[in-house]
Design a protein around this ligand. Structure first.
Ligand code: HEM
Length: 189
């Protein structure tokens, strides 16, 4: 939610498009922020996916090699029992998969997107992937839809830019926090 609002503050066009969708979808569901309404917010899906690309809440995955593995064409072999950290930031910022990786572009995740399956892993993959994925997505959508429907946000001068990640935390957070200034919109949903 934090990183999504941070990006939207700086991408007004995208923010307006998300808000328009929130309002239109809620009008269709009589103003009720139901599960069905949240699932109908397709553009917000893309915005959330792009947020989790740039700021994966867990920036790495950890695994242990279950068998000796040789990388073909190299002299690198991983021995059984080796602990492995897979950098999600490394994958998510690889320009081969995500051209112009610093750019916040939800359209990377449109239906025609050709991102290889294992290049984008905000919830991990395989038998130990995140069991809370659907709940996490739903919760985040509520947390974005509610404030965006009725409030404008601007980055506060208290936010130090460019920000630094707080490397003492296992999850992706920013040193000193990201501060926003909300202002209630006069036009109602
Ligand atoms: C946006 C929200 C969330 C993100 C981005 C996220 C991300 C992740 C990631 C990357 C993993 C490691 C997966 C792997 O190693 O392949 C994971 C594991 C896990 N997550 Fe989440 N998670 C989120 C929300 C939640 C929620 C809401 C719950 C519980 C209600 C949850 C419960 C778990 C559990 C129990 C595991 C360990 C699964 C296992 O080892 O079998 N997560 N999550």
């Amino acid at each position: 939610m934090t990183f999504c609002l941070f990006e939207l503050c700086q991408n007004k066009e995208i923010l307006d498009k998300v808000r328009k969708e929130i309002r239109e979808v809620l009008a269709k569901y009589n103003g009720e922020l139901s599960y069905e309404a949240l699932m109908d917010m397709k553009y917000m899906d893309k915005v959330m996916k792009e947020t989790m690309r740039k700021y994966p809440p867990l920036p790495f995955l950890d695994r242990m090699c279950s068998t000796d593995y040789e990388f073909s064409g190299t002299d690198v072999t991983l021995e059984k029992g080796t602990k492995i950290s897979i950098s999600l930031l490394g994958l998510h910022y690889d320009p081969d998969y995500f051209p112009d990786p610093q750019k916040f572009d939800p359209e990377r995740f449109n239906e025609r997107s050709s991102i290889p399956g294992y290049a984008y892993l905000p919830f991990g993959s395989g038998p130990r992937n995140c069991i809370g994925k659907r709940f996490g997505i739903m919760q985040t959508k509520v947390g974005i839809a509610c404030p965006l429907r009725d409030f404008e946000f601007k980055l506060s001068a208290k936010t130090v830019l460019p920000f630094e990640y707080d490397t003492s935390s296992i999850v992706t957070i920013v040193k000193g926090d990201i501060w926003l200034e909300p202002k209630r919109l006069t036009s109602k949903c």
